[in-house]
Design a protein around this ligand. Structure first.
Ligand code: ZN
Length: 508
């Protein structure tokens, strides 16, 4: 009697479905990358159609009833056969989360959100240009109401509406946890800002020196290659706003060059390079499994901020980097030194605009938005009162007066795109980065001597071993505990920042 080959089990079939979804998503990511880097303007309309079609194909597959059947069958199989290393259970947990997210919002709400986001974004862009909050207000009111509905569909037992939205970006993170982290952080950062005002401000001539873009490109490319970014599985190009995106098997970074301010190009490149190293460090097989995907935005941002700040703004790094800079940038480096450029890279200047903020004040911008979102989504803060409340918080946290709404509550695109619960992931990234850097420093017997010699591999491998290789296996809080031996705290970040900035500014 001929034997028939047995059909693949439910779990293998499930992973095969995920593989196809990832292939489609990667195709869409490639088209989006092209749109930001190389695409001629005239191709915009069809490109939008292509992206919309791919998005609907992905959504169709991600919400297919067949997927729910395979998930249920796989769970039964795991219950029967056991799962000694817990790997399958983690994959099923994450796939169920994805499936629930994709199916919990009624189609009518998804359509309404998409339409409102697109219109609100246009209204926001116009309102910002004219600094006209009244013009944006009805759109923001509509958006807040839709986000409240969205939160009710995504409801998490024992959690607030805002929590349900934030969970989309940082699984498991709650506003109550953030308040515990943000309390001491705010007090010490405000005190730090005030202390530094009496210190010695770094000379900023180098920042204003004009440097040819080609020279800047050669310089930042050498740095990101030294970090260990694999150019056989990645590229570095330019775009208006730097970003990192993963295609299917390769990683695209972008950066930008101004006529001056090479430190901006370096910071952007190291930042995106950190994101890129995370993507390249994720397990490659099985392709499409959650074990090969980034776990959260906060953890992703920790990888970028670690390379940008803990490496790129350290004195040890500049010992190695200064001769590299001199080789590429030539006469622009005359009159400067590793010490002066290190000091400049740590310039602190409280400002109105989050995206231009330095390391010491950035999180204060985030905390303002966190507090306002609690009020908006929780229903305690009417949209009409937003500008007043915004300006008061900026005075309190950053010590600056907001002259108009363009430089105030209209500065960020996020709320018009429906991104509520998103901002804190930036600060979580900073806190995770400091805690990872401190753990790596301890494990490697001191990072500084390695960085001073341009030896980045030990740090990269530590991150790979303790963070990257786990993909979505553990939720962020557990990943942090496992990698650093402690729950997330603001203390490592504050200790690092105070130590460095007191030294740079000469305040004891
Ligand atoms: Zn980033």
């Amino acid at each position: 009697m001929a034997t028939t080959q047995s059909a693949p089990d439910a779990y293998s079939q499930l992973l095969a479905q995920c593989r196809e979804i990832s292939l489609l998503s990667g195709t869409s990511a490639l088209l989006a990358w092209d749109q930001e880097t190389l695409m001629p303007k005239g191709a915009g309309e069809r490109r939008a159609e292509q992206l919309a079609l791919l998005a609907s194909l992905v959504h169709e597959r991600a919400t297919a009833p067949r997927l729910a059947e395979l998930l249920a069958k796989s769970r039964d199989d795991v219950a029967r056969d056991g799962d000694p290393d817990g790997e399958r259970a983690a994959v099923l947990r994450e796939l169920q989360r994805d499936f629930d997210r994709a199916t919990r919002l009624p189609a009518s709400l998804v359509t309404e959100l998409a339409r409102t986001e697109s219109q609100a974004q246009q209204a926001w862009a116009e309102a910002r240009q004219r600094s006209d909050f009244a013009g944006f207000r009805p759109w923001l009111e509509r958006m807040v109401a839709l986000q409240q509905q969205k939160a009710d569909c995504l409801a998490i037992a024992g959690a607030t509406r805002w929590d349900a939205l934030a969970d989309l970006y940082e699984p498991g993170m709650r506003a109550a946890d953030l308040r515990r982290l943000f309390g001491p952080l705010r007090t010490r950062l405000v005190a730090l800002r005030e202390r530094l005002a009496d210190g010695e401000r770094p000379d900023d001539t180098f920042q204003r020196t004009r440097i040819d873009a080609e020279r800047q490109r050669g310089f930042v490319r050498e740095v990101v290659a030294a970090m260990g970014f694999d150019f056989d599985r990645g590229r570095l190009d330019t775009s208006a706003h730097p970003f990192c995106t993963s295609i299917a098997g390769d990683v695209r970074l972008t950066t930008r060059f101004h006529d001056d301010n090479v430190l901006d190009a370096l910071g952007s490149t190291m930042h995106e390079g950190g994101h890129g190293l995370y993507e390249q460090g994720l397990p490659r097989e099985p392709f499409g499994s959650p074990l090969g995907e980034a776990v959260s935005l906060g953890i992703h941002e920790s990888q970028s901020r670690l390379w940008e700040n803990h490496v790129g703004r350290s004195a040890a790094f500049w010992q190695w980097c200064w001769p590299v800079a001199q080789r590429h940038l030539g006469a622009a480096c005359d009159g400067q030194s590793a010490q002066s450029v290190h000091a400049l890279s740590n310039l602190v200047a409280p400002s109105l605009i989050r995206v231009e903020a330095d390391e010491a004040t950035y999180d204060l911008h985030v905390m303002v938005r966190f507090e306002l979102e609690q009020g908006l989504i929780g229903g305690d803060l009417p949209v009409a009162e937003l500008p007043q409340r915004w300006n008061a918080l900026y005075r309190d946290h950053l010590g600056v007066e907001v002259p108009d709404d363009r430089r105030g509550c209209l500065q960020d695109v996020h709320w018009s795109c429906g991104l509520f619960g998103y901002f804190p992931t930036y600060t979580l990234g900073n806190l995770y980065a400091a805690q990872f850097a401190a753990a790596a420093d301890q494990a490697l017997g001191g990072l500084a001597p390695l960085l001073a010699k341009g030896e980045f591999a030990p740090l990269r491998e530590w991150l790979r071993e303790n963070v990257h290789r786990h993909g979505r296996r553990y939720l962020p809080a557990e990943l942090c505990q496992r990698a650093t031996g402690a729950a997330l705290s603001s203390e490592p970040f504050l200790a690092y920042l105070e130590r460095k900035l007191f030294d740079v500014y000469g305040v004891a």
